[in-house]
Design a protein around this ligand. Structure first.
Ligand code: NAD
Length: 228
């Protein structure tokens, strides 16, 4: 199975792809939410209660991610995208490493650590400062990280575009995702129902492994290299 056998490829990526860059995954040993309680740092209620505390936490995440580099997995995906223009990335990651590796068409289902928005003025902007400064918009309200936090809904336009792309792709490659965060976890099924070839790349079995036609067990970068 080679990328060159397909025209319209969707890479569906999760935290495991960035693990080789040194960014911790969500779940399991060393997972961020075993150390921090999301109710204090990553939900709208926490932000309303104490925006400075939430920004302190996100500044730490910005600094940690800023110090990391894209890995070979990100680079292979960006290369495939250059060679096969029908290729898109649908990611659950918020780290921006796909873009830093040169990928262009990236749907960020869960937002980005590198975007902020003002919910009072309905403005969104890119912001790569570390620490993020100033924390307030000119209207006086706090900028909010443009991230889909716990209890938030996904952006419906993003979700619609993801549906369309998955319905028309001929290969879906799911990489480094545990398949338990909904509704994102359901998306690869759309491609499967539409007849696309499906591949799961992961170190371990996941709750959705059985759905995939091909299961590659190993590090994301090595498994992607084996499909070149
Ligand atoms: P997850 O942490 O739930 O699962 C990670 C998966 O990656 C696991 O199944 C694990 O077995 C696999 N994995 C770990 N290292 C791997 C490697 N080197 N190669 C291949 N597979 C590997 O992550 P998820 O499914 O993406 O869901 C978590 C949520 O966490 C997402 O909503 C995302 O927004 C957020 N998150 C993002 C980042 C990031 O931006 N880098 C990091 C942590 C969490």
């Amino acid at each position: 199975m080679r990328f060159s056998d397909y025209e319209r490829i969707v890479f569906f990526t999760g935290a495991g792809l960035s693990a080789e860059s040194g960014i911790p995954t969500y779940r399991g040993k060393g997972g961020m939410w075993s150390e921090y309680d999301y109710e204090d740092y990553a939900c709208e209620r926490a932000f309303r209660r104490d925006p400075e505390k939430v920004w302190d936490f996100h500044d730490k995440r910005r600094a940690a991610v800023f110090a990391c580099e894209p890995n070979d997995g990100h680079r292979i995906i960006a290369e495939v995208q250059r060679e096969r223009p029908g290729t898109v990335v649908i990611t659950q990651n918020i780290d921006g490493l796909h873009q830093r590796s040169g990928a262009t068409d990236v749907i960020e289902l869960h937002g980005s650590l590198w975007r902020v928005r003002c919910d009072r003025e309905h403005v969104v902007r890119d912001d790569a400062s570390v620490p993020m400064s100033p924390r307030k918009c000119s209207c006086g309200a706090y900028w909010r990280p443009d991230i889909v936090w716990f209890e938030d809904s996904l952006d419906q336009r993003n979700l619609r575009r993801a549906h369309e792309l998955l319905e028309s792709c001929d290969l879906v490659v799911s990489i480094g995702t545990s398949g338990v965060v909904y509704p994102a976890a359901d998306l690869p099924r759309i491609a499967m129902r539409s007849g696309a070839t499906s591949v799961e790349i992961n170190l371990d079995e996941t709750p959705v492994s059985a759905l995939y036609q091909h299961r590659l067990r190993g590090k994301a970068s090595e498994m992607l290299a084996s499909m070149r």
